[in-house]
Structures are given as C-alpha cells and as structure tokens.
Design a binder for this molecule. Structure first.
Ligand code: FAD
Length: 477
C-alpha cells in the first residue's frame, strides 16, 4: 500500500514558455499561433484526443473571422466542413414576412475540426497531452509559477512563464485563483448563460413546405440550422435561466407554427456564456480566454471566432514579452486587456446592454421592427441586408433620421408601445456610455480600480428584460 502511494506521488517537472489548460477551439488556436512564433507550448486536455469537442457535433464559424484568424481554408468536401453559406432567412413572429439576409457562415463538425488542428499543431511543435487533468496552480512568493496535472494517477508539475485558462465554462483555473489575485473568480450561474437545446431533425415529407435551412425565428431565439444530411435540419433554441425555459420557448413556437412532421434523430444540449467577461483577463503569469473568460457574441452566443480575435491580440503581447525574457507580470500582460477591451470588448459590452432593451418587445412589436428594417439594415434595390460585421453603430445622419421616424411611425400606428420604446432608448443610451467607458480602459494597472468602480456603477444600471411568451415569462438579467 505504502509502495503504491510512493509510485503515484512521483513528480516529473518540466519547464515550458506557455501552458494552456483545455484543447477546445480557444486553447488550440492560441497554442498554435504562439508555437508558430517560436515559443514552447504545452496544452493539457482532460478528454481523449478523439473525443474532444464531441459534446457538440455541428457548429458555425463566422467566415470573415476564420480568414482573419489565418486558419487553413475550409473545404466542404472534407470531413470537418459541411457547408460554407452566405445567406440566411429571418421570419417575423406573425409568420407573415421572410427577410433574406447576408450572413457568412462556415458550418463545421467540431471534433473532426479539432483533430485536424491537433495534427497541424504537432507539426508546429506544440506538445499536446490528452487524458490529463489540471489539478492546481503552483505558487512561489504568492505568484503563479506553474501547474500540477494528473494522468491516470501520475502527477506531473510543469513550470511555465504563463498559464492560460482555456478550460471552457467551468473555468477551472480562473475559479481556483486566490480572490485577490487580480482576475474575478466568478462561476457561471443560471442567469449568466444561455441554455441551448438542439434537435437534429429529418423532415418526414420533404415535399411539404418547411422552414428553409438556416432560418431564424429570433423572437423565440430559435432557429433551423444546417445539419448533416439531405432533408435534415437542426432545430435550436436558447434561453437564460434554465433548460426548462428553453424547452418552453420551443413549445410556444411549435404551438404557433404549423410544421410538417419530422423525426428527431438526436439531441444535444449545453450552455454558452451570456454575461460580461471579468474586468481583467490577466494577472501575474495568468491569462483567461474563451468560455473560461465569457467571451461570446452577445447576439448569437457564438464563442469560437470571438475568442480567436482576443487570441490574436494576446499572442502579439505574449510573444513580445517572452522574447524579452523574465517573469510575465500582470503589468507586462496588461496590453492584452487594453487592446481587447478598447475594441471588441467595448462593442460586445454595448451589444449586451442593447439586448436588455430589445428583448422586452412583444410579438407585434418584434414583427414591426423586422418588417420596417429596424434590426437588419435594408440593402439598396436587390441587395441583401447585411449584419453589421464590425458591430459598430455606423448610422449616417440620414439612417438615424429614418430610424427615428420609423420608431415614431410605430408609436403613432400603435405597433410599438411607448413603455418598450422608452426602455429601448434607455438601454441604447446606457450601451453608449458603457462602450465609451470600455474604450477608455486604463493603459496601466495602476488606474484599474477607479475604472472598475465606474464600470460597476454602469453595469448596475442595466435593467432586466422580460419576454412574455404564452406559457412562460423569461427574464434576461
Ligand atoms: C449548444 C451550443 C451550441 C453552440 N454553437 C456555437 C456555434 O455554432 N458557433 C460558435 O462559435 N459557438 C457556439 N457555441 C459556443 C461554443 O461552443 C463555445 O463558445 C466554444 O466552444 C468555447 O471554446 P473553449 O475552447 O473556450 O471551451 P471548450 O470548447 O469547452 O473547451 C474547453 C476544453 O477544456 C477541457 N477541460 C476542462 N476542464 C479541464 C481540466 N480540469 N483539465 C484539462 N482540461 C480541461 C475540456 O475538456 C474542453 O475540451 C455553442 C455552445 C452550445 C452550448
């Protein structure tokens, strides 16, 4: 017995530039671009190589971000790519109007994609360790210097200049930091996430008209996405609070629409962060990315390519500092915060706030908003409306006047209620203040606390939106 304990406690120690916990899309991408810059990178993943990511089969990547990330192009003839799309449809909740929109999406199979990436990473000298679990951080003089991991009872210690938490929604490293380490240690509660239910369906009589592939019913936060085969679709729905809320929203939708029969081939569920990220993503020898840092597009809950943009910023700063040598203090990593929060972070913070105005609208109001082009910018002539790719409020004066006159028109025609319009305008104004505040993210960590105090006051002003469906009222905190 004593002998066995001694065997299990044998420690192997190794020094690495960067150790990343989690080989999902976030950790894999950051590890790859750091290794290409010449740094030694080790990624620790608790799952078996062939199983990573299998909680989700089909996943959507924003094609423009894939390109920006510098990923090898996707090929729909390969195992990891189903389709590359450029259009989508949105249907008004009264089912009267279909709006075609321009949306550039690459439809990917997650596990084959990750496995393709692992081969690429290994050819770029990234060390991948599967079936290995993060156990705890190693500190010296109260500062992180490495991690302890375990593989089948064998414990190992890795010393690193930087530890990255890319462990997904559990954020196993961030939540185990000492409270005063400099990054918030919150866990994700029911109101911090969107619970998503996916049903892979097959139309039983495909000749009977049914929603086209990639059709959104965004009043219910529900969509029919592309799936694996002919006459198939993924019926997805996401709501905060509980899986039950998501199920009830789907039930309400199904009671209103007349769908032809379909069979359910398989089901998946999971949750995606729907909250602001920690105020700082970095501390001494620490960075968090991906779901572990709650980085998602507020309007879709998608997280993959949103984090790749953060990873690009992070890799630049980390490489620059690693080349200089020495310990990577919070101050030396601070530019990651500055460059992220002043740009994408500020835009996402504003969008999250705007949602608290939009989500109050009832069915009639939502239909009016969609039909009058208030949500999607209507293109000229036969152009398709495009989503705002850089997520900027880039309305010209003419567009602004058009927007306001449509709102006033909606009020006069009683298509919009004054209460909800007021809530929208308040949320928009707060979104603007929050965006401006994030765009002034402090250049140095010395000015961080006053900035956080002000940010907290702004976030406290964000109101809860309430959607009243026939069978449930859902709160968006
Ligand atoms: C139903 C659903 C549909 C979604 N659809 C989309 C979509 O279409 N497009 C999109 O962009 N996003 C989508 N998302 C969100 C997206 O899945 C996440 O934002 C993204 O996968 C986050 O990547 P990540 O690498 O941060 O985390 P993860 O993919 O969760 O990877 C984290 C990895 O860390 C590992 N890990 C955890 N704990 C430990 C430990 N102790 N030791 C070692 N390893 C550990 C895990 O095994 C995991 O492999 C969806 C989410 C859900 C729930």
């Amino acid at each position: 017995m004593i002998f066995i304990i001694i065997i299990c406690e044998i420690h192997l120690t190794e020094n690495i530039d960067v150790i990343i916990i989690g080989a999902g899309t976030a950790g894999t991408y950051l590890g790859w671009i750091l290794a290409k810059n010449g740094h030694s990178v080790k990624i620790i993943e608790k799952d078996k190589r062939e199983n990573v990511g299998n909680r989700l089969d089909v996943i959507h990547f924003e094609s423009d971000r894939v390109k920006k990330a510098g990923l090898p192009p996707f090929d729909p003839n390969k195992q990891d790519c189903i389709e590359i799309r450029d259009t989508s449809t949105v249907v008004t909740p009264d089912f009267e109007t279909e709006i075609k929109t321009r949306v550039y999406q690459t439809i990917v199979r997650l596990t084959p994609f990750l496995n393709k990436m692992y081969d690429i990473l290994e050819s770029d000298s990234v060390q991948l360790e599967f079936s290995t679990k993060y156990e705890n951080l190693i500190f010296k003089d109260s500062r992180i210097i490495g991690v302890k991991v375990s593989n089948n009872g064998e414990k190992k210690e890795y010393m690193a200049n930087l530890v990255v938490d890319a462990s997904g929604t559990n954020a196993v490293v961030r939540t185990s930091l000492p409270e005063d380490y400099g990054v918030e240690t919150f866990t994700l509660g029911p109101n911090d996430v969107m619970y998503v239910l996916l049903q892979y369906i097959k139309w039983k009589n495909p000749e009977i008209p049914h929603p086209e592939t990639d059709t959104g019913y965004n009043y219910w936060l529900l969509w029919f996405g592309p799936s694996l085969g002919e006459n198939q679709a993924i019926l997805g729905v996401g709501q905060p609070g509980s899986y039950e809320n998501a199920r009830l929203a789907r039930e309400d939708f199904l009671s209103e629409i007349n769908l032809p029969p379909y069979e359910i081939l398989k089901e998946e569920k999971g949750f995606t962060p729907y909250r602001r990220p920690p105020y700082s993503l970095v501390a001494d020898a620490f960075l968090c990315i991906g779901d572990a840092a709650a980085i998602t597009y507020p309007f879709s809950g998608h997280g993959v390519t949103a984090t790749w943009m953060l990873c690009k910023i992070a890799a630049k700063v980390i490489s620059f500092e690693l080349k200089k040598g020495g310990y990577l203090t919070k101050e030396r990593l601070w530019d990651i915060n500055v460059n992220y929060f002043r740009d994408q972070g500020a835009k996402f913070a504003a969008l999250l706030t705007q949602l608290s105005g939009i989500l109050n609208f009832n069915k009639k109001e939502w239909s009016y908003f969609l039909k009058s082009g208030l949500i999607y910018k209507t293109g000229d002539d036969d152009e398709l409306p495009e989503p705002n790719q850089e997520f900027e409020e880039d309305m010209s004066i003419k567009e602004m006047i058009g927007f306001i006159s449509k709102i006033i028109g909606g009020l006069i025609k009683r298509k919009l209620s004054l209460t909800n319009v007021k809530k929208l305008l308040k949320a928009n104004s707060l979104a603007n203040d929050i965006k401006n505040h994030y765009e002034r993210f402090p250049m140095s960590s010395d000015e961080f606390q006053p900035w956080v105090n002000e940010a907290k006051k702004l976030w406290q002003k964000k109101k809860t939106a309430i959607k009243k469906l026939n069978n449930v009222e859902i709160e968006y905190k």
